[in-house]
Design a binder for this molecule. Structure first.
Ligand SMILES: Cc1cc2nc3c(=O)[nH]c(=O)nc-3n(C[C@H](O)[C@H](O)[C@H](O)COP(=O)(O)OP(=O)(O)OC[C@H]3O[C@@H](n4cnc5c(N)ncnc54)[C@H](O)[C@@H]3O)c2cc1C
Length: 474
C-alpha cells in the first residue's frame, strides 16, 4: 500500500468544508477569518506557516470529525497542543491543523492522587489544579508548554530525579487513531500503543486526555535561581555535576548560562552580565533545606541568590516572563552521559560568547528515578544518560537570527562529539530521519512496527516522524 499524495485545501469544495464545520462544536477557522492570523501563530515566531483550515476542537467528537476529514481528503494534518514546539510541529502549511487549545479541563482525584488532563492543557493549568491538594504532576521548567507535546516526547523537569520523567507518571491516555477510532492505552489496554506513546511523540494519534499519577510534593518546595559571575563558572559547574550525580534525589537543579536581563528585579550593577545560573528545586524535608543549601552557598560567592521556600507553581512559572511567545527560537540538543572537565572548559568558552540576552545553554539532570526505568520499557531510549543538553539561540528581532543560530550551531558542533549521540526529541529542530533514528536507537524498529499497525498511511507525520515500513505491514 503506498502512502497517498497530499492534496491542497484549495482543491477542496467549499460544501465539503462546510460539512466539517457543521459536524463540529468548535470553530473551523479559514484564511480570511477574523481569528485566522492569531490562530495560526505558534510559540516560535521563526515558524511562519499558513494552514488551510484550523479545527479548534472542543471535544473528542470534534477531533474524530477532523481526523476523518483529513484522512478522507488526503490533507496534510498537524496537531497542536500547547503550540510550543521549537521546530513548529504543531502547525503546517496549507493542510489542516487540529487545535486543542480549547480542551483544557483538569480533574484531580485527591484520594487516588490521580489527575485527568485534557489534551490541549498547558502545564500552568495542571499546576493550578493540583497545587491545592499538595500534588504535582512531574513536568518541565516553565508553565506555558503544552502537556500534549511535552508528555508524548518524554518530559524533563524539576521533579525528574525524584519521580522520573513525565511519561513515568502516565497511567493511561484516550486517543483518536488515524482511522478515526477512539481507544484507551495503558499497561493493560493496547500495551504496544502505550509503550510507543511514552516518548514516541505525536506519531500515533491525537491524545484527547491523559491520566497521570500525581506526586505528593506538598505546597511549598525550596528553590529558585542562584547566579554566579562567569569567573566562578568552572568551579560551580564541576560542583553541580558531582552533587547532582550523587546527591539526594529530592534535590534537583538545572545548570544554565544566562545574560542578566536589564529589568527591575535584578540590581542594576548586574544588568547584561553573563552568569552561570543553577535553578534549584528541593522537595525534601523543609527543616533540612537550609542545611542542604549551605554547601551550595559555600561553592563561591553568588552574585544573586533567589533560592528559598516557594510554592511549586511559582517556581514553575518563574521563567515564563523571560521567554514569552513571539521570540525567534533556534535550538540544538544532545543527551550527555559524561560531563568531563574538558567539556566544562568548552562550555565556558561559549558562555563567554552568548550572542543575545535570551540565548542560553541548559543542562537538565535525568538521573535518579528516571534512570530506574529500562531503555526498552518505554520508547525513550537514553535512560543511561545523565543530562539533556540544549543550546538555545533566541532573540526578539529576526535581524539577529543569523548571529544566534550560528552561535548555537557552532557550540553544538564542538560539544556533539562528547555527547551520547542522540537528542531529546522535544528539543530538536526539524533535523531529518537520521537524527530521529539517533534519538530512539534500537527502539526505532519497534516504534516503526507500532506506527505501521496504528497509522500505516503516516497521517500523523508533522512530528519527529517514525516512518511506517512495508515490511511491518500485515
Ligand atoms: C520555552 C520552552 C521551554 C521548554 N521547557 C521544557 C521542559 O522544561 N521540559 C521538557 O521536557 N520540554 C520542554 N520544552 C520542550 C517541549 O516539551 C516541546 O516543545 C513540546 O513539543 C511542546 O509541546 P506542545 O504541546 O506545547 O507543542 P506543540 O507545538 O503543540 O506540539 C508538539 C508536537 O506534539 C504533538 N502533540 C501535541 N499535543 C498533542 C496531543 N494532545 N496529541 C497528539 N499529539 C500532540 C504535535 O502534533 C507536535 O508534533 C520547552 C519548550 C519551550 C519552547
Amino acid at each position: 500500500m503506498s502512502i497517498q499524495q497530499m492534496i491542497s485545501t484549495n482543491e477542496l469544495d467549499q460544501m465539503v468544508v462546510e460539512k466539517l464545520a457543521s459536524q463540529m462544536r468548535g470553530k473551523l477557522i479559514q484564511p480570511g477569518d477574523e481569528l485566522y492570523n492569531e490562530a495560526r501563530k505558534v510559540y516560535n515566531a521563526m515558524i511562519e506557516k499558513r494552514p488551510g483550515l484550523i479545527a479548534r476542537c472542543t471535544n473528542t467528537a470534534d477531533v474524530i470529525a477532523a481526523v476523518n476529514f483529513a484522512r478522507e481528503n488526503n490533507l496534510l494534518l498537524a496537531v497542536r497542543g500547547g503550540g510550543h514546539n521549537g521546530a513548529g510541529l504543531g502547525t503546517c502549511d496549507d493542510g489542516l491543523v487540529i487545535d486543542l487549545s480549547e480542551m483544557r479541563s483538569v480533574r484531580v482525584d485527591p484520594v487516588r492522587h490521580e489527575v485527568r488532563v485534557e489534551g490541549g492543557c498547558v502545564w500552568g493549568d495542571v499546576d493550578h489544579a493540583t497545587h491545592p491538594f499538595g500534588l504535582a504532576v512531574p513536568t518541565g521548567f516553565i508553565s506555558s508548554t503544552g502537556v500534549g507535546g511535552l508528555t508524548l516526547g518524554g518530559g524533563v523537569g524539576y521533579l525528574t530525579r525524584k519521580y522520573g520523567l513525565t511519561i513515568d507518571n502516565l497511567l493511561s491516555v484516550d486517543i483518536v487513531l488515524a482511522n478515526g477510532s477512539f481507544v484507551s492505552a495503558s499497561a493493560e489496554e493496547n500495551p504496544d500503543l502505550f509503550w510507543a506513546i511514552r516518548g514516541g511523540g505525536g506519531n500515533f494519534g491525537v491524545v484527547t486526555s491523559f491520566l497521570f499519577q500525581g506526586a505528593p510534593v506538598g505546597t511549598i518546595v525550596y528553590g529558585g535561581p542562584i547566579f554566579w559571575p562567569l569567573e566562578h563558572a568552572s568551579k560551580v559547574m564541576r560542583f553541580w555535576r558531582d552533587l547532582i550525580l550523587t546527591g539526594p534525589e529530592e534535590l534537583n537543579g538545572w545548570f544554565g548560562f544566562h545574560t542578566v536581563p536589564p529589568v527591575d528585579m535584578f540590581p542594576q550593577e548586574h544588568h547584561l552580565k553573563k552568569m552561570a545560573v543553577i535553578t534549584w528545586c528541593y522537595t525534601g524535608d523543609m527543616d533540612q533545606a537550609e542545611q542542604v543549601f549551605k554547601q551550595i552557598r559555600e561553592i563561591a560567592p553568588a552574585a544573586m541568590d533567589f533560592a528559598g521556600p516557594i510554592p511549586l507553581p511559582t517556581l514553575q512559572s518563574m521563567f515564563d516572563g523571560l521567554y514569552p511567545p513571539g521570540l525567534q527560537w533556534y535550538w540544538n540538543a544532545d543527551y550527555v552521559t559524561d560531563l568531563s572537565d574538558e567539556v566544562i572548559d568548552q562550555h565556558i568558552r561559549y558562555a563567554n560568547q552568548l550572542p543575545s540576552v535570551h540565548s542560553t545553554m541548559h543542562l537538565y539532570p535525568i538521573n535518579g528515578a528516571a534512570r530506574r526505568v529500562g531503555n526498552h520499557e518505554t520508547a525513550w531510549s537514553y535512560r543511561e544518560a545523565n543530562f539533556v543538553q540544549v543550546i538555545v539561540g533566541v532573540d526578539p528581532d529576526p535581524a539577529n537570527n543569523q548571529r544566534t543560530i550560528a552561535w548555537s550551531k557552532e557550540y553544538w558542533r564542538t560539544l556533539h562529539p562528547f555527547s551520547a549521540g542522540g537528542a531529546y526529541v522535544n528539543m530538536m529542530m526539524d533535523e531529518g530521519q537520521d537524527r530521529v533514528k539517533a534519538a530512539y536507537r534500537n527502539n526505532y524498529p519497534r516504534l516503526a512496527k507500532v506506527k505501521t499497525k496504528f497509522d500505516p498511511q503516516n497521517l500523523f507525520r508533522v512530528n519527529q516522524n517514525i516512518q511506517p515500513s512495508e515490511e511491518n505491514r500485515d
